[in-house]
Design a binder for this molecule. Structure first.
Ligand code: UDX
Ligand code: UDX
Length: 457
């Protein structure tokens, strides 16, 4: 087996992961391929206008591109050169047919497996990087090995499928890759499986301490990825469920979270109340878990996880209900500026962003919505293309001019440092700020003259 690596899928997962693998393994050639030629051209662009914004990523790409990291559309050539094939193509929630709205759409995955099979000129280790439903590896092995069940196809080429799910969070991807809490690799419990597993462990062992590289069987690895994201999502929904109660009782959710999180058994992270979770993974993975539970007849477990998603949606509906009450039970024709559209700070990503849901609910109330965001305006324009009335404004001060309310949706670091007096002066009175991230100085805003709403206070 040679040490070279190809990754199919130059997206959020494939790009950063392979850049770091190449940086830490200068003796290996790493080729990232994609069917999307524009995307590959962007990764190869001379001025490094790479398609993904991640702090630190450009520096890593500058260091390794052309040294041992290459981007290409030649999937066939790359699969033939490398014995280890990572697959990081997208697996969105299926929006048609059986399992619609919950199951993963595996058509890209299957097509990719079929092209690997077509191009392979020798034994290959195929590594699942995408998040996939449990037992996908079995289906992939069946496709790759021609369904003979003995791990071989007519030509004698052997494919071994491993699962190596990614835990990186957007905005901290490079840090998460360089200093992971753990790396998870699942492999079949056969002689070949063990050899393949060791080959992939070696890639990470170049910089990750051995005790942090956890190996399991394939099914555990596939399920762990879904479970880990479901647990994180569940924590956010739990604290948001407490937030409503805080508003009703006079408790302060940030105080409650601080003290609850001081218990070492619980820990302080992922207890920040807010507008609800967004991002490409949480909803998709929890829905996937729900679908799996239902498939195996575990209906109560399915309902339990469905509650996590329902609570999350409710949090966004509650934002609009509270605005409605605070703004004298009519929002029609009022101007509301959404500060932030990305699903969290430090990313331009708007997939499943709570701001999108809030913008839509406000438009239903005939609000004049203006959106401002330092990184996500292009995505916002695309996401809300069916709502022609929405205004997009790069400058926060202009976005706020004449507005009745500002709803802070994303905790961009510079928002607290804006000149809030200047913003207040330009707004229609009474001027309201709804800080859904509890990141502004509420006392100072009240001193200026704002009415202030927070989540969980
Ligand atoms: C990843 C994982 O794949 C997904 O399972 C996880 O839950 C979220 O992150 P991501 O990297 O975010 O997906 O997807 P995306 O940024 O859309 O990148 C996927 C890439 O695969 C795209 O560039 C697409 O062009 C490419 N692709 C897709 C192929 O090269 N071949 C295909 O057949 C399909
Ligand atoms: C997540 C997981 O963290 C990562 O391990 C997995 O591989 C992919 O999904 P990501 O979606 O990039 O990563 O973002 P993350 O930082 O986890 O935040 C998810 C959402 O939860 C964001 O919308 C964030 O604002 C929200 N969140 C997070 C809260 O509302 N409160 C918190 O305390 C933490």
């Amino acid at each position: 087996m040679n040490k070279d690596i190809v990754c199919i899928g130059a997206g959020y997962i494939g790009g950063p992961t392979m850049a770091v693998i190449a940086k830490m393994n200068p003796d290996r050639k790493v080729i990232v391929v994609d069917i999307n030629a524009d995307r590959i051209a962007a990764w190869n662009s001379e001025d490094y206008s790479i398609p993904i914004y991640e702090p630190g990523l450009v520096d890593v790409v500058k260091e390794v591109r052309g040294r041992n990291l290459f981007f290409s559309t030649d999937i066939k050539g790359a699969v033939q050169q490398c014995d280890i094939v990572f697959v990081g193509v997208n697996t969105p929630t299926k929006m048609f047919g059986r399992g619609s709205g919950r199951a993963s759409d595996l058509q890209y995955w299957e097509a990719t497996a079929r092209s690997i099979k077509e191009y392979a000129n020798g034994d290959k280790v195929v590594v699942e990087k995408s998040t996939l439903p449990v037992r996908t590896a079995a289906a992939m092995e069946a496709i790759l090995n021609g369904g003979t069940g003995n791990g071989e196809r007519g030509t004698g080429i052997k494919f071994t499928v491993l699962s190596n799910p990614e835990f990186l969070a957007e905005g901290t991807a490079i840090k998460d890759l360089l200093e992971p809490d753990r790396v998870l690799i699942g492999g079949p419990e056969t002689e070949e499986g063990r050899r393949a597993l060791e080959a992939v462990v070696d890639i990470y062992a170049a910089w990750v301490p051995r005790e942090k590289i956890l190996t399991t069987n394939v099914w555990s690895a596939e399920l762990t990825k879904l479970a880990a994201n479901a647990f994180l999502a569940q924590r956010v929904s739990s604290i948001n469920a407490i937030a409503g109660l805080c508003e009703a009782t006079g408790a302060d959710v940030d105080e409650v979270a601080r003290v609850v999180g001081a218990d070492r058994r619980i820990g302080p992270k992922f207890l920040k109340a807010g507008p609800g979770f967004g991002g490409s993974c949480f909803k998709k993975d929890v829905l996937n878990l729900v679908y799996l539970c239902e498939t195996f007849g575990l209906h109560t477990a399915a309902e339990y996880w469905t509650g996590v998603i329902r609570m999350n949606q409710h949090q966004q509906e509650r934002i609009v209900s509270r605005l409605f009450s605070a703004m004298f039970n009519t929002l029609a024709n009022k101007k509301i500026a959404l500060f932030g559209f990305a699903f969290k700070a430090d990313t331009g990503d708007t997939r499943e962003t709570p701001a999108g849901t809030v913008a839509r609910l406000l438009m239903e109330e005939h609000v004049r919505v203006t959106v401002t965001d330092p990184k996500a305006l292009d995505n916002a324009r695309r996401d809300l293309a069916d709502l022609p009335g929405v205004v997009y404004e790069e400058d926060e001060y202009k976005a706020a001019e004449g507005a009745d309310a500002i709803v802070l949706m994303t905790d961009w670091r510079h928002y607290p440092t804006l000149d809030w007096q200047k913003i207040y002066d330009s707004m229609r009175k009474p001027a309201l700020v709804f800080d859904t991230r509890n990141c502004l100085d509420a006392a100072e805003l009240r001193r200026i003259g704002f009415r202030v709403l927070n989540v969980g206070k």
